[in-house]
Design a protein around this ligand. Structure first.
Ligand SMILES: [Zn+2]
Length: 828
């Protein structure tokens, strides 16, 4: 799982005034002290007002018709007017440049055209909106409701938690004119809290969801255009896409890099105290991707407060970081503009609690995974950088981090270790605790696998242990009491080690080598998810316990991912970290391929065909079950919408239930189509090796993968005779098809005594263009299953056929379709 996630602290907020006061000696270099930023932060309406009449503002796929009314502008900052309020009669038409977004909008609105009426509108911009309105309108001696502007400012701080003022500052201080356009629409029809945003550097992450204890923000970048609503019961994205022109020029792909910087190297020095308080210093080297860049955005966990930031000469720089409960993104204000391609290094000193949590018993939980240091924004796992890291942790603790350990020593009562990335990597991270460690060296491929587990349970498990002993003596005290007595996971350290070793061997065979030489399987106290970083895996502690104890800990799901956590997470070394992805549209490959990889583990390592079949049945169940909001994941939308589908209407679990199992099914279906009774998985392996080799160290898109499948497709898969896999991708990747089958068969003999098989197969619940190759299996007397061939089905169709089999010694017992869950279909 790799979502941008953070945990809400329930502790009272730390007051910021102390650090503000401390920095008053150097006002230009303190937090939020840049004068232009202060003006933007406290922006109010100015005196300029205009009467508008039939004004059309066209912004990419959005057209605002201001039929009649008044526009009042905000006060200029550095000579630039960056906002306006409209009161009157207006309407917005949105016409997405791609069909799939058009369809999604139609599904959400149940209307053919997206058309929203409004009487009030707030615009924020760095494009030519001011000049455009002024040119075509007459000055008016009126004023507008200043409360409207304030409402949008409040929404940004408290609900959307996005620092638009800092983003606007970037364009105000930059030397290139900006092209940002953000509209807050008080709609009358769909929603009164609607935002349309266009940012050429990637649409802002405005939709956020509370999920249990966490807040999840879903990134849309590299797409630039978004429409979203933020009402309590209507929170989520309605549309997202690239700039319309980019579909014509071919730039509109998930690998597009349109952030303002590319991070090249990070030098991270991190000290974590016994109470988990973190102090860090990060020297971040990046190159500017635009000309005239002065304001640089970073991801830094909101509780890590920046103390100071310095340029390469040690001169303090101004920065922006608002309250941790509000729009707390970290932005650095450089003293001089950077040219496009120019490299620069800034050193940030930061500290705070709650980025790591002390869970008791020598267990530490790293809450901030992607942003415990100032990391890049808006690129998911598509940006690769090198890392030098130094960690200082309390004595007696062991650490595992991304990359290779260069040295470790005891210094001043702390454990100090130095780490280096083996090559450019997507992200950096660590895990530490009072760990026991075991390791194994592999020869082919050359790999050092390590397994870390803690002797002592965290406080919450300890508490459970006390409850169990107190309340449920009979249930547990037979035979199980020794293991339960300590709840120690150390006895299971070997299991994780073995799973790591075996997965690496298997995946190297199936997918080819990865650049990493080391893998640490580590235990984390969180029950509800695992995660994988380069050379580092966090396994949920619950994966170490059996289902009884898991249930006691409140964790009841025991299907899909839960059966194969370790092999799934190891597979992310290939999917996500060797082959990266930049866009939410391609994340299904990372999660789906990892999940499918784990099915290979069940098949070949556990040598258990039953478990393999059960696994696919359960993956299908997850897709077809209704959630508490009444939705089935399979219907919610196509795979390529990924986590963007999470919204308050269909729920958060829906997406997870979609991209993991269905993404897995897509790769499984391709594998099964490529399977050959004589050569087995040869064709599939060749394709996967090629894919990994081609996209190693960079990001791949869904379309890149489709092209690779087309390169290796078998003649049978070429249903349309054009050497394209559009038929399959349109159905299962870009579409939401789910066919149903009816099958009857009999096994008899022809007059010559040869076996004669009769089949009758019907395909249902599909549109007329739906095509699929349905596999036919023979079950032999000894229980073996052999694929007989595939029946090509088109639309709603029934095929009746007699198949004579000459010279076959054994007569099959019976015929089956879809024995290996080869195709995703409704259960029979
Ligand atoms: Zn995963």
């Amino acid at each position: 799982m790799s979502l941008r996630a953070f945990t809400i602290s329930l502790l009272a907020g730390v007051c910021l005034t102390a650090s503000l006061a401390a920095d008053q000696a150097a006002p230009a270099a303190g937090p939020n002290s840049d004068p232009a930023y202060q003006q933007l932060r406290n922006l109010t309406l100015g005196a300029e007002a205009f009467t508008v009449n039939n004004l059309e503002l066209k912004r990419d796929a959005a057209t605002f018709h201001l039929h009649s009314g008044t526009v009042c502008f905000v006060k200029p900052v550095q000579g630039k007017v960056t906002g306006a309020v409209f009161v009157g009669d207006g309407n917005l038409i949105l016409d997405p440049p791609i069909r799939s977004e058009d369809q999604t909008l139609k599904l959400l609105t149940r209307e053919d055209e997206f058309s929203e009426k409004f009487a009030q509108l707030v615009l924020r911009f760095t494009d030519s909106t001011y000049e455009e309105i002024k040119k075509t309108s007459a000055p008016a001696p009126v004023s507008c409701d200043a409360g409207l502007l304030q409402e949008s400012q409040n929404a940004l701080r408290h609900q959307l938690r996005y620092n638009l003022d800092a983003r606007i500052l970037q364009d105000v201080l930059g030397s290139d004119p900006g092209k940002l356009f953000v509209a807050f629409i008080k709609g009358k029809h769909y929603s009164s809290k609607m935002v349309l945003a266009i940012d050429p550097h990637g649409a802002p992450e405005l939709a956020q969801f509370t999920f249990g204890e966490e807040i999840l923000a879903v990134p849309l970048a590299p797409e630039e255009v978004e429409l979203m609503t933020y009402e309590d019961n209507k929170n989520g994205y309605w549309a997202s896409f690239h700039l319309s022109d980019e579909y014509k020029t071919g730039v509109a792909t998930g690998s597009q890099m349109n952030g303002v910087i590319k991070i090249e190297h990070q030098q991270l020095d991190t000290t974590i105290e016994k109470n988990a308080y973190l102090r860090g210093s990060a020297a971040t080297t990046f190159s500017s991707q635009v000309s005239g860049l002065r304001v640089v955005p970073f991801n830094l966990f909101r509780t890590l407060r920046v103390q100071n930031v310095k340029d390469k000469d040690g001169q303090p720089l101004a920065f922006v970081q608002e309250d941790r409960h509000e729009d707390s993104q970290y932005w650095v204000v450089l003293n001089k503009p950077l040219a496009a391609g120019e490299s620069y290094t800034v050193t940030t000193t930061y500290e705070g609690k709650d980025a790591v949590r002390n869970e008791g018993g020598g267990n530490y939980f790293p809450i901030a995974r992607e942003d415990w240091y100032p990391s890049g924004v808006g690129a998911a796992f598509g940006q690769f950088a090198t890392y030098d890291m130094k960690f200082s942790i309390p004595k007696g603790m062991k650490i595992a981090a991304t990359g290779t350990m260069i040295s470790e020593e005891n210094s001043g009562g702390n454990d100090v270790s130095v780490w280096k990335s083996e090559g450019p990597q997507t992200i950096a991270g660590f895990n530490f605790g009072r760990f026991k460690m075991q390791e194994a060296k592999l020869d082919k491929p050359e790999y050092l696998v390590q397994s870390y587990a803690n002797e002592n349970p965290p406080d919450n498990v300890q508490a459970l242990l006390n409850t169990v002993h107190h309340d449920l003596p009979n249930q547990f005290e037979h035979g199980d009491s020794a293991a339960l007595g300590s709840m120690s996971t150390v006895p299971l350290i070997k299991k994780a080690l073995a799973e790591g070793e075996l997965s690496i061997g298997l995946y190297t065979d199936y997918f080819g080598p990865v650049p990493f030489k080391r893998l640490a399987m580590t235990q984390q106290t969180a029950c509800s998810f695992g995660q994988s970083w380069p050379a580092l895996v966090w396994l949920p502690m619950c994966a170490f316990y059996d289902t009884t104890i898991r249930n006691q800990l409140g964790f009841t799901e025991n299907r899909g991912y839960w059966k194969i956590v370790a092999p799934h997470e190891v597979a992310h070394q290939w999917w996500g970290h060797d082959v990266g992805f930049s866009s939410y549209r391609d994340q299904w490959m990372s999660e789906g391929f990892a999940e499918m990889s784990a099915s290979l583990f069940l098949q070949y390592v556990e040598h258990n065909p039953g478990k393999f079949i059960d696994f696919w049945n359960e993956e299908r169940e997850l897709l077809l079950e209704r959630d508490k909001e009444g939705f089935r994941a399979i219907d919610a939308g196509p795979l390529t919408l990924g986590y963007r589908l999470s919204n308050t209407r269909s729920g958060f679990e829906t997406t997870r239930r979609l991209i993991y199992p269905k993404g897995a099914y897509v790769l499984h279906m391709i594998r099964m189509m490529m399977w050959d009774n004589r050569t087995g998985d040869q064709r599939f392996k060749a394709m996967m090796h090629d894919f990994v080799k081609t996209y190693a160290g960079r990001s791949a898109t869904t379309e890149d993968f489709k092209a690779t499948v087309e390169k290796y497709m078998s003649p049978l898969m070429d249903i349309d005779g054009n050497h394209k896999m559009d038929w399959f991708f349109n159905e299962y990747v870009y579409g939401t098809a789910l066919p149903a089958y009816k099958f009857e068969s009999s096994v008899g003999k022809d007059p010559n005594g040869d076996a004669l098989l009769s089949i009758k197969l019907s395909q249902q619940n599909v549109d007329q263009n739906f095509k699929l190759l349905v596999p036919l299996y023979m079950e032999m007397a000894d229980g073996r299953h052999t694929e007989l061939g595939r029946v090509q089905m088109v639309g709603t169709q029934t095929v009746e056929q007699k198949i004579p089999i000459k010279g076959m010694k054994e007569t099959p017992q019976r015929l089956l379709i879809n024995y290996n869950d080869d195709v995703l279909a409704s259960p029979n």
